[in-house]
Write a protein that binds this ligand. Sequence first.
Ligand code: PMP
Length: 440
Amino acid sequence: MNVQIKPNDLAAFWMPFTANKQFKANPRLFVGAKDMHYITNDGRRVLDGTSGLWCVNAGHCRPKIAEAIKAQVDTLDFAGTFQMGHTRAFEAATRLVDLAPEGFNQVFFTNSGSESVETALKMAIAYHRAKGNASKVRLIGRERGYHGVNFGGMSVGGIGPNRKMFGALVAGVDHMRNTHDIARNAFSRGEPEHGAELADDLERLVALHDASTIAAVIVEPVACSAGVLIPPKGYLKRLEAIARKHDILLIADEVITGFGRLGTSFGSDYFGISPDIITTAKGVTNGTVPMGAVFVKSHVHDAFMNGPDWMIDFFHGYTYSGHPVACAAAIGTLDTYAEEGLLTRAAELAPYWEERVHALKGLPHIIDIRNIGLIGAVEFNPDPAQPGKRAYERFVKAFEAGLLVRQTGDIIALSPPLVISKSEIDQLFDIFTKVLKADY
Ligand code: PMP
C-alpha cells in the first residue's frame, strides 16, 4: 500500500504540539492499525511503543469496541444530557463506578483529559463554596505537572514551554516542586527511594497562604507527559495526609495512569492513596472516541446535592458530556479489558519489562532509566547547544526502524498497549537498542 498525501492537505492541517514546518518537510503518516502495529502510508508496519498517545491500552482496532461504536451510531447517534438523558450514559457511568476505587460513586463525563481537569478544578472550588467555605479558592499544582492545555489545567500545570506564550494564566495558583532527582535516584527501578519529604511543600504553601484559602491540590500519580517522573516511595501518601489535614481536596490526574497502565485499575490503587476526585480520559474508550470521566467521592457529590438552593447542583457541562457513541465505546472497552484481564496485565509483565528497560544502561548519552508498571523512560544527557535534540533524533530513527516511541525534551518514554506479548517486548527493545547504540 502506498497512500500519497497532497501538499495542500499537509498545509491545511495546523498540527498540535508539532513543529509544523519541520514535520511537513518530512511527514510521518499512518493509514491503518491493528493490535500492536500501525501501518504507514508507504506500507510499513510500526510497532506501537506508546499506545498511540498513552490511550490505546487494549491495542488497535479491537472488534468488540468497533462493533459497539457502529451499533450505537445506527441506533442513537446523539442525545444531550442537559435536562434529558439516554440509557447508555447511565450504563457507562455504572460500569465505571464499579471499577473505581472504594468510595467513588459518581462519574461526570467530559470529552478529553483537559476537560476532565477543568471540571475537577471547578468542582473543587464549588464544593467548598457549597459547604460554606467560599474563601477556599486557591489551586496547587506541581512543577513539571501536565494537566492539559485549557486555562485551568495549563495554570496548575508546570511545564514552562506550555505556559509561556499565554499571558498571566489563572490567578491564585501555586506549584510544589517536582520530585525528579537524578542526583539521588538515577536508574531506580519502580518508585525511587529518595524524596518523600518533597510532599511537605504543600505545608510550605499552606503556611504561606493559609489553608482557609486553598481548595485543591492536583498531581499526576506518575507525571508521564513531562517524561515519566515516578513519585518517591511514600510521597503520595504523605501528600494525601497533608491535604486531608487541611481540608484541601486531593485531585489525582489519572488521564494516563487510569485503566491499567500500572497493573491496577487506577494509579491510586497502585499507590494506596484515596483522593477526593480522579480525572481520566484516554484509556476509557481505548482512544477510539474522545471521552473523559471525572470520578468523585460521595462527600464531594453530596455537597452539591445538599448545597444552598442558589447553586442549582453543578452549573457545568459539555454538549457532548456522556455522548452515546463515546459511552458505547467505553462499554465495549471495559468489556474488552475485563475479558482479557488487561487491567492487571501490566503487573504480570512488569518484572520482564523492567529487566529489558534497564538493560539499555550504558548506551551512549543515557543518564537515567526508570520504569513502573508498563511504562519506561530513558533520559539523555542534553546537548547543551541543542536541548532535546538527542532524544528527537532517536525518536525519528526509531520510527524509521519500525518503532513508535514518545519524545519529550531529552527523554524518550515507552508505554506499549497492555496486550503486548513477551516476544513483542523483545522486538521493541531489539529495535530500540540498535537505535540507541548508534552515537549520533
Ligand atoms: N492530564 C494528564 C495527566 C495527561 O497526561 C493529559 C494528556 N496527556 C491530559 C491531562 C490532557 O488530556 P487531553 O490531551 O485529552 O486533553
